[in-house]
Design a protein around this ligand. Sequence first.
Ligand code: CTP
Length: 425
Amino acid sequence: MIKMRKYFSKLPEELKNLIAQVAKVSDDSRMPAYLVGGFVRDMLLGVKNLDMDIVVEGSGIEFAQKLMPKLKAKIIIHQRFGTATLSFGKLKVDLASARQETYAHPGDLPEVSFSSLSDDLKRRDFTINAMAVSISGKMDLRLIDPFDGKNDLAGRKIRVLHDLSFQDDPTRIFRAVRFEQRYGFKIQPRTLILLKYALNHGYLGLISPQRKRHELILILKENNPYQQIKRLKDLKALDLFCREFSKIKINRSLFAASEKQIAWFNQEYPGRRKLDTWLIYFMALIDGLTYVQSSKLSIALNLRTGEEKRILSLKSFSKSCLRDLSSIRITPPRIFVLLEPLSYETIIFLKAKYASLILKKHISDFMEIYNGMRVCVSGEVLQKLGVLPGPKYKVIFSKVLHAKLNGSVKSPQDEVALIRKLIKQ
Ligand code: CTP
């Protein structure tokens, strides 16, 4: 019997405290509880993981409701799956009732029925994700490893539990690559044969667009998106995932340039909205696609409206706009007009894609000086100055903004002075 004390002692204090609270609720309510899945895998690998998965022999929801007040956490309940998510600060705890899963058709969501821990581990994707650590009976910390996952971790292998795993859930094809590339592991030969069999039989095509979007985002959020994508492309998994991907060539240097510009943004502007970095890498991935192809892909992946908009605004950014941005003669108001309607993701990608140092400088200037620039004076002030509400307001405001961007108007007083002048004219 393997005890996990050594691994437990290396966890950050906040996680140790959290596990102790779970153990207490487990003992008090006589519902055996286990750490499972990715959290156990990363605990054994010594990799930081703030997403804790707990399986309870009993009701996961009831357990979560007992734990919630102790942690002062927010709770989201998923009745259909008998699960609940508690979140507080950076930590997230998923609580589930031990369950069995059956798949009516490949690619479907599973039918769920409550069961034992042993059945719960059997339904999982890979041996390295099918381990549990008991946290009941005054914190027992026993490793439960029916498929030899610890051994596979040591041997750096990704191995499925049974031959139908990829057919049951074809998203596991992406998951296998994700873990392989994340940890530098190898998909074990028989598992690779099964993976290719599932690919050749078109199982990836059965995944719903929503799940496709989710899996692709997970891939692009990994630390090494280029390596991940390259492996998927080499396996032909990317092309079988969505037809549009068969038309692209992956551009390694564009991924690298995107990474560099993301780092630049994060360092220079830590206070601004957090970037959807996956979307920038997605733009790098589909760089070779046209507007129409990108639009088809957005539909196939069920991208959200805001995501599609950001991608398509990039595809419709015209050559003449690029020429302007790369010219030393461009004026600040023109830079503003070109870049202000774009998202940060689109702007960062433009900076990554184009080599022109002048364009890069104009984008930096925009981020530093012009982004979000507004006229301070309000409509009320205009009214007080005797201008009746109407289309004239827009003309006046745009002239004031223009002057601000050019630097000829600096303070609110300057703005009022300019408005008076414009009224006289
Ligand atoms: N799981 C599975 N099949 C899937 C998805 C998940 O068997 N298609 C199981 C695995 O045991 C996995 C656990 O559910 O470990 C939790 O899934 P998830 O949170 O998606 O993955 P993690 O393993 O925690 O990996 P990550 O570090 O990427 O979050």
